[in-house]
Design a binder for this molecule. Structure first.
Ligand SMILES: NC(=O)c1ccc[n+]([C@@H]2O[C@H](COP(=O)([O-])OP(=O)(O)OC[C@H]3O[C@@H](n4cnc5c(N)ncnc54)[C@H](OP(=O)(O)O)[C@@H]3O)[C@@H](O)[C@H]2O)c1
Length: 323
């Protein structure tokens, strides 16, 4: 992994920062710009002056309250679980990172903010060629893709079906699986088929007749399936196509997983797995084998519009906020 030249540490404001946050569950309109005290890094944490923050479908599901049982939040809540930026403070016991380092990774506090705290153990130096927006788009997508491909025990030469292959996680999962030597079939609407082809996948349209369409392009069968769609008949079709439940993993349909007996996988910001996931993604990026697809970049103040766009369900790659 190449290392960015350390830049001058930004000068933190005295005690406060701007962020976008909400104080009640609800539609995107609840997101408001507010002032917050500057967060102080605890042991093992760094504080990052955020340059860009990734927008995840999860941020919207937490904000609308539908996940309140699983992801309870205190109000006011600053959303955002990943960022790229410059380290401006080090917590106790942090080694290997320095003030001014340009980094990216998962955050322990909301990243829709001027500053966020991050677990130092998985905060990773940003290579120069990866710009701020691309770096902010990687943490969740890379860790999730890596985790699911490991759970599926995907081997070179096997065929993988990826549902929602044009989404934020899908585009990264497709490229990692292709680089690992798999044949990848990805579901997306027609508008995204050229993109999927350019990433090395065989595109198929989702919806009625999916099983037959996949069989037509996979004469040797499908060995494993990753569901990022969480809707329609993605899980049932995956079980039918792989011939069982063992090599089907969903990241988007906990209820369907429980009903059908397949594995639902979720991650956490302090997972040690972030490190090998980022190393693999950065190595592929450096080799020109991984494209970070950005759907659209919004300024932080337009976080509500970014959420509305995400909730329309047809994001291609990642939505990113710049701070
Ligand atoms: N459990 C975890 O660890 C974890 C981690 C990350 C994300 N997630 C979840 O996984 C899901 C995917 O995340 P993401 O960030 O990749 O989402 P995303 O970027 O919002 O996904 C958008 C994509 O979904 C596709 N899509 C829409 N309807 C579809 C359907 N019926 N069948 C197949 N594809 C369809 C769209 O393709 P078209 O535009 O071509 O229609 C679009 O490209 C979300 O539910 C998210 O919350 C879970």
């Amino acid at each position: 992994m190449s290392q960015s030249p350390a830049s001058t540490a930004p000068t933190a404001p005295t005690t406060s920062m701007a962020a976008v946050a909400y104080s009640e569950f609800g539609p995107a309109d609840v997101l408001r710009r507010q002032e917050f005290p500057l967060p102080e890094p605890g042991p093992g944490q760094v504080r990052v002056a955020v340059r860009a923050a990734g927008v995840n479908a999860l941020d919207c599901k937490i904000r609308d309250g539908s996940l309140r049982q699983v992801f309870p939040v205190d109000f006011p809540h600053i959303p955002g679980v990943e960022a790229a930026g410059v380290i401006d403070a080090l917590g106790e016991g942090v080694t290997g990172l320095t003030l001014g380092d340009q980094v990216f990774g998962p955050t322990a506090t909301g990243s829709y903010a001027g500053y966020a705290l991050a677990p130092a153990a998985v905060t990773t130096l940003k290579p120069g060629p990866l710009d701020w927006e691309q770096a902010a788009a990687l943490p969740v997508a890379a860790e999730t893709s890596y985790r699911v491909l490991e759970l599926l025990a995907l081997r070179p030469g096997e065929t993988l079906l990826v549902h929602a292959a044009a989404g934020a996680v899908g585009v990264i999962a497709v490229q990692i699986a292709v680089a690992r030597g798999a044949t990848v079939i990805g579901t997306a609407s027609e508008a995204n088929h050229d993109l999927l082809r350019s990433l090395g996948a065989i595109p198929v349209a989702y919806g009625d007749g999916l099983v037959d369409r996949v069989r037509a392009v996979a004469p040797d069968g499908v060995h494993a399936a990753m569901d990022g769609a969480g809707r329609g008949d993605a899980l049932a079709a995956s079980i039918e196509l792989t011939g069982g439940k063992e090599r089907v993993v969903t990241i988007a349909d906990a209820a369907g997983a429980a009903r059908l007996g397949v594995h639902f996988s979720s991650g956490a910001s302090d997972e040690p797995r972030h490190r090998p996931a980022f190393e693999e993604a950065l190595a592929l990026f450096a080799a020109g084998k991984l494209r970070v697809v950005i759907h659209r970049v919004y300024p932080l103040d337009q976080a509500a519009e970014a959420h509305r766009e995400s909730e329309r369900g047809h994001v291609t790659g990642k939505i990113v906020l710049t701070v």
